[in-house]
Write a protein of this length. Structure first.
Length: 557
């Protein structure tokens, strides 16, 4: 007997026997549901035998037989009704548990998110891919068979998605492409650090989505609910089905603000802010301007996160503003990092440490933010130093800049495209999916071990375009990704340490050392960040103009 938990109130299992009933009772169950018709297998006990044993053990038993592979909408409704009427917790069983898990999934559709349902069944070892369209359709069998179909479907209209569409159009102008994304507005997220320092205005970092979709590219303004890669299909909320010949997946990361207890309630007030949100970055600058004394905490969660340097960029620019106003001596700067190093590529650390000293900032490693009480101005961190028990510490603050925990979006994590950790499973050189040859991924959701930055997506988009077009022509991949990412570390207003690196922390500078030495703070790098990179983004990357982003050919260094 192998019992798998789906919820606190329901578990499912393979075929049980009358002899199991006392153990089921002892495990805390109060009712059993049989979803297997009598006579399906030669060694299968009858429901009458199961019911008698259940009664003797003090359990309620219900017979709701389902023919294998034929779960009807009415069956799912009956199962859901039974769960509300039977004493719980309930154990449902069939031959393997799949039918019971399917009944629960369909009955919960409309009550829980598709991702939650798929996550629960996946964790229990059951694949609901065969009924995902019905789950998306509220548990009912879809009647609309009018599928839209495109040569290339791109999921996500962020930096990676729009750049990939533009790069594909530059190579094959007649290619029929659709981008799927529910958002109305597209953001230049690298600019939010500058908004939080009073250098950019918020409106400089946003454009309407419709103005950026490349000419000739279709746009479906909808959210993706699930993938059916075996059927070359993407399922949208509302159960609309979009078919593809080739798929590019790049929806960005989920910022999991709710993972920190009390954070959502206090964001944007009580001195709690974040440059990771468009509407909050101006509040960062407001707090910095108004602060003359007290403690400022800057947090960084466990990796992976997008732009891993952004939490400390906020610290440096705030410290610089206080230094210039002459109040730095009255401000206690604390950088609380869940990781164990200041920056993952050691070549850049010496220059950064000079600024840590300049701003007299305390570096607290292995400190992970877990809770905040905004009105009380208190925060709690779990300190998980190697080989020592986790300790929870409390810190008071006057201002706190929070970088939220980050994960792949729910619909990605539970999809057949994801690896065990929930990221799109790609070959790190070609960015092609390891299992599905007609799927590629770029940007923050794929599992290549590179920094998750817009600069990385700028390099990845042409590589995906080259390899997808090569595949259309019947050839092998022709372009390779070396893991390039860039993090312009704004150490003070007017100077930047321009970190550029690839797989394994290899330094990959774009400029000769006499122009920009990335290991030192330079004004040239600041000019690049402030004046050059925004137009490179808006007018180059998103338009298919691959400035400084020519794909590296496979076998060529």
């Amino acid at each position: 007997m192998d019992i798998k938990t789906l919820t606190a109130g329901l578990s499912v299992s393979e075929q049980i026997t009358p002899a199991d009933m006392q153990a089921i009772k002892d495990a805390g169950f109060r009712a059993v549901i049989c979803n297997r018709p009598d006579g399906e297998g030669p060694d299968q006990p009858t429901f009458e035998e199961i019911a008698n044993a259940a009664q003797n053990a003090g359990l309620t038993a219900l017979y709701l037989p389902i023919v294998s592979g034929k779960v009807t909408d009415e069956d799912a409704a009956a199962f859901d009704k039974a769960l509300t009427e039977l004493p719980g917790p309930v154990l449902a069983f069939c031959r393997s548990g799949t039918r019971s898990a399917t009944l629960w999934s369909l009955g919960q559709a409309g009550q829980r998110s598709v991702a939650d349902i798929l996550a629960a069944t996946k964790a229990a070892g059951y694949d609901m891919g065969g009924v995902v369209r019905r789950i998306v359709n509220g548990g009912k069998t879809p009647t609309d068979e009018g599928d839209a179909s495109y040569e290339v479907v791109i999921v996500g209209a962020g930096a990676g998605g729009i750049a990939a569409a533009a790069s594909l159009k530059a190579r094959k102008p007649g290619l029929e492409i659709v981008i799927i994304d529910p958002a109305d507005v597209h953001y230049y997220q690298p600019g939010w650090t500058m908004v939080g320092a009073g250098i950019f205005e918020p409106q400089q970092t946003s454009r309407t989505m419709g103005s950026l979709i490349p000419p000739g590219v279709h746009w479906i303004q909808a959210a993706v609910a699930a993938f059916e890669p075996g059927n070359n299909a993407v399922i949208l909320d509302g159960c609309r089905v979009v078919k593809y010949k080739r798929l590019i997946v790049c929806p960005g990361l989920k910022l999991d603000w709710n993972k920190v207890d009390g954070l959502v309630e206090t964001l944007g007030q009580n001195g709690v802010t974040s440059n990771y949100r468009y509407d909050l970055a101006p509040y960062t600058w407001e707090l910095v301007q108004g602060m003359t004394q007290g403690r400022a905490i800057f947090t960084q969660p466990p990796m992976p996160i997008k732009c891993a340097g952004a939490p400390q960029k906020a610290m440096y620019l705030s410290g610089d503003a206080w230094f210039r106003r002459g109040v730095l001596k009255n401000i206690d700067i604390q950088f609380n990092n869940a990781g164990g190093v200041l920056f993952g590529v050691k070549d850049y650390v010496p220059a950064l440490m000079e600024y840590v000293k300049k701003y007299d900032a305390s570096l607290n490693f292995f400190h992970n933010l877990v809770a905040v009480d905004g009105p009380a101005k208190k925060a709690w961190f779990d300190v998980a130093k190697p080989d020592t028990p986790v300790e929870r510490v409390e810190m008071d603050f006057d201002m706190m800049h929070v970088c939220p925990p980050q994960t792949a979006p729910d619909f990605i994590r539970v999809s057949p495209l994801a690896d065990a950790a929930g990221w799109i499973d790609v070959d790190q050189a070609t960015l092609r999916h390891k299992t599905y040859d007609n799927v590629w991924s770029l940007g923050d959701v794929m599992n290549a071990p590179n920094a998750k930055t817009a600069a990385a997506a700028r390099i990845q988009a042409p590589i995906v375009a080259e390899n997808l077009v090569a595949d259309m022509r019947g050839g092998a991949p022709v372009a390779q990704y070396n893991g390039y990412g860039s993090c312009p570390l704004t150490v003070e207003r007017g100077k930047i340490v321009l970190a550029e690196f690839g797989y394994g922390g290899t330094m990959l500078p774009s400029f000769p050392k006499f122009l920009i030495d990335g290991t030192k703070p330079t004004r040239a790098a600041w000019f690049l960040k402030e004046k050059m990179l925004p137009p490179v983004y808006w007018k180059g990357m998103l338009k298919g103009r691959e400035w400084m982003a020519k794909p590296e050919k496979i076998g060529v260094k």
